[in-house]
Design a protein around this ligand. Structure first.
Ligand SMILES: Cc1ncc(C[n+]2csc(CCOP(=O)(O)OP(=O)(O)O)c2C)c(N)n1
Ligand SMILES: [Mg+2]
Length: 405
């Protein structure tokens, strides 16, 4: 298994050369939350947003969250985001060419995923939705393995325990319960690992999410809830999910919530690290709302031009997570033309590898769908298997008859 992400992570950790935030300017001190009736932040609430890198690529400080990364680590975050975006674009194209049945793009959410993904330790456990391709990358899951389910040739594509990265979950919000149960188990084992559950703004309306908040709070489970508020749940805007900013929900359950600029990879890394540390040290759950934007369609089956104005997307392009880190790296002299060219080259090679791997994926055996449904077999599954076998055989008869004529 080729694991570019893991190799990079190891390099980044091994490095000791550090850059300082010498050009940092102080951010405004957080002001008390203000009640409002929409999920979108107004100007006052923007002060609540944890940010370490402005959309203009300027490094700022925050009173509660800080980060000090080496030049190599900063370049690593850039590389992760560029390669993840490339992989995602390639998958979207493969769907358009009929090689995948469906694809859920992460376009625009690279910083939320790479920042939080790089905050994790190898022994932490991740419960993703279906859009966490960047987190999968950070965990060292081979990107080509993410495509099997979307091509319809398998039910998952990787062993969750190899990378502590659970299979993608389509049933909205259900993975927050799995994560909570898993975290309660970690706690009973006396381990100091943490668990992270990814979910969306739309999922926040699910009963499963409320139940997992209650259980994790009451049992003080070591779980971090990472909500990527990309402002849309297919065609439903966040206003239809909540009357308060999502991060404030945590308070009612008895644990802290924080809103982070989801397009700022440094802030996402710093806040997630802090939340994981709280969980590890027995301080219980925390909710992170990464305020970001879904730049593309919900999936390749969706057409967002039917329900949202293009100006909104255009406005968010100015907050592009990759561009702002690149601007910062260039201004600080941490990257040069040769480095950027090498990333482009690596990106092209990844694209080719993904295309080749998808086209080479063998079709599954027709009858494989009946396997692994029940450990000891089941009468109904046996009946359905026999029915399907007869149905398939009927084509063979027809083909034979056609050949005979
Ligand atoms: C329990 C359940 N209800 C409905 C759906 C259909 N569905 C698929 S994605 C989605 C929207 C999810 O939005 P959000 O949680 O914001 O995540 P995003 O897709 O924006 O990342 C819905 C309603 C589902 N998969 N599962
Ligand atoms: Mg959403």
């Amino acid at each position: 298994m080729t694991v570019e992400g893991t190799a990079q992570r190891k390099n980044a950790r091994g490095s000791s050369k550090r850059t300082t935030a010498k050009k940092a300017t102080p951010a405004k001190k957080a002001s008390p939350a203000k009640a409002r009736n929409s999920g979108r932040p107004d100007e006052a609430e923007q002060d609540q947003l944890v940010q370490l890198l402005t959309p203009e690529g300027k490094r700022i400080e925050h009173p509660d969250y800080s980060i000090d990364l080496s030049a190599e680590e900063l370049r690593g975050l850039y590389r992760d985001m560029v390669l993840t975006r490339k992989f995602d674009a390639e998958a979207t194209t493969l769907q358009r060419q009929g090689e995948l049945g469906l694809w859920a793009s992460l376009l625009g959410q690279e910083a939320a995923q790479i920042g939080s993904g790089r905050a994790l330790r190898d022994d932490d456990y991740v419960f993703p939705t279906y859009r966490e391709h960047g987190v999968a990358w950070c965990r060292g899951v081979d990107p080509t393995n993410l495509l099997g389910m979307f091509r319809g040739v398998n039910h998952g594509g990787w062993d969750p325990n190899s990378n502590n990265f659970h299979l993608y979950t389509i049933v909205i919000g259900s993975q927050t319960l799995h994560a909570t149960g898993y975290a309660m188990g970690v706690q009973k084992d006396g381990a100091d690992s943490a668990v992270i559950a990814y979910f969306g703004d739309g999922a926040s309306s699910q009963g499963d999410v409320a139940e997992s908040f209650t259980f994790s709070a009451v049992y003080n489970a070591p779980v971090v809830f990472f909500c990527q508020n990309n402002q849309w749940a297919i065609s439903e805007p966040t206003e239809k999910q909540t009357r308060v900013p999502l991060y404030q929900r945590a308070r009612g359950f008895g644990f802290p919530g924080v809103r982070v600029d989801g397009n700022d990879v440094l802030a996402c890394l710093a806040v997630t690290k802090a939340a994981l540390e709280r969980a590890r040290t027995g301080q219980g759950p925390m909710l992170i709302e990464a305020f970001t934007y879904r730049m593309g369609a919900h999936t390749t089956s969706d057409d967002p031009t039917k329900y949202r104005a293009d100006e909104e997307r255009v406005a968010w392009e100015a907050k592009d997570p990759i561009l702002r880190l690149r601007t910062y790296l260039e201004a600080e002299g941490l990257v040069d033309e040769a480095y950027l060219a090498s990333i482009d080259e690596e990106s092209e090679a990844l694209g080719k590898r993904v295309r080749d791997a998808v086209r080479a994926m063998p079709d599954p055996d027709d009858m494989a769908i009946f396997e692994n449904v029940y450990a000891d077999g089941h009468a109904l599954v046996d009946e359905e298997r026999a029915q399907f076998a007869a149905y398939q055989a009927s084509f063979a008869d027809a083909d034979a008859a056609a050949e005979g004529n």
